[in-house]
Design a protein around this ligand. Structure first.
Ligand code: NDP
Ligand code: 0GV
Length: 276
């Protein structure tokens, strides 16, 4: 389960002075990752659409001890932003050590409405932009023997109802980055790729989207963010968080998929699913 040349133990010092890009850093797990990295004295380049929120996150990062912190705002459905971001890293740092791909476009937890245009756009935001960012970052990551961290979901491994477009984008990520990882190994390029398989996390947007349907208690975003950074720094190929819940779901699904799916459907408050 470990990428070659993986260090054994995590030490927060590993991130000190490292040059890190975090996408989707204005809220949720991305914001929490920025705060952890700031505490660890990393150099930060953050991105999301909302400038006012990014400004506040950058301020807080500087208070927490970031070696430096700046942001570029913009939408990842625009094809120019990935290049712009990596150019900024090159110009200000002359390199990059870690690329954390975390942003997602808005999607609602409901029956597939038939909106194909939404699927096209979500693919662009949640998947194609990840490919574009990784592609633009690879030359610098090769040079630094750095890391790519891809934040995905259990919904990118096992599809439940009400997440059809979102699940599709997350399944795509695993296909692309698992293939790319092997090409890097064949080419003896020491850039690690960590895929994060997350369960339900207590970010504002997730709780708002699903708490009326899913009665489970979500896991804490702060711990989740730290585990993602840890897995990336240790060059692990995969992270399950929360480990026990995600591990159990994957295991049961692999043994008895139909039974698993019916248990999931049975646990939802279906009468509360909004039909729009
Ligand atoms: N929370 C959960 O239960 C789970 C989350 N995950 C994964 O974790 C990651 C983070 O999720 P979470 O923290 O909950 O999400 P949030 O909704 O809290 O954060 C999403 C981030 O992406 C940004 N964003 C939204 N639209 C765009 C866009 N078009 N272009 C660029 N940035 C955009 C948002 O900022 P802004 O609006 O300012 O652009 C925000 O910073 C995602 O990859 C998600 O799939 C996986 C499993 C479960
Ligand atoms: C294998 C699964 C069928 C088991 C059920 C686990 C459920 C409870 C968990 C696992 C993954 C979770 C979703 C997720 O990954 C990300 C988002 C995006 C966010 O904007 C809105 C919430 C949403 C849809 C989460 C909703 C809750 C999900 C389905």
């Amino acid at each position: 389960f470990y990428f070659y040349s993986a260090p054994e133990n995590f030490d927060e010092e590993m991130l000190r002075g490292k040059r890190v890009i975090v996408t989707g850093a204005s809220s949720g797990i991305g914001e929490q990752m920025a705060y952890h990295l700031a505490r660890m004295e990393a150099h930060l380049l953050l991105t999301a659409r909302t400038e006012a929120k990014l400004q506040k996150v950058v301020e807080r990062c500087l208070e927490l001890g970031a070696a430096s912190a700046r942001y570029i705002s913009g939408s990842m459905d625009s094809p120019s932003l990935p290049q712009q971001l990596l150019r900024e890293a090159e110009n200000t740092w002359g390199g990059l050590d870690m690329l954390i791909l975390n942003h997602i476009g808005q999607s609602s937890f409901t029956y597939f409405s038939g909106d194909v245009e939404h699927v096209r756009k979500l693919m662009e935001t949640n998947f194609v932009s990840y490919v574009a960012l990784a592609t633009a970052a690879l030359p610098m990551l090769k040079e630094s023997e750095g890391s790519i961290v891809v934040v995905s979901s259990i919904a990118g491994r096992i599809a439940g109802p009400f997440t059809a477009p979102y699940s599709a984008t997350k399944f795509a990520l695993e296909g692309f980055f698992s293939s790319l990882r092997q090409e890097l190994i064949i080419d003896k390029v020491n850039v690690s790729i960590t895929l994060c398989i997350l369960g339900y996390i207590n970010t504002e947007s997730a709780v708002r989207a699903v708490s009326h349907v899913i009665p489970d208690t979500p896991a804490p975003k702060e711990e989740c963010a730290l585990e993602i950074i840890r897995a990336g720094a240790l060059r692990h190929r995969q992270l399950h968080y929360p480990a026990r819940a995600v591990g159990t779901m994957l295991l049961i699904h692999s043994i008895a998929p139909e039974l698993f799916e019916s248990i999931v459907r049975g646990s939802y408050r279906l009468e509360n699913v909004r039909r729009t």
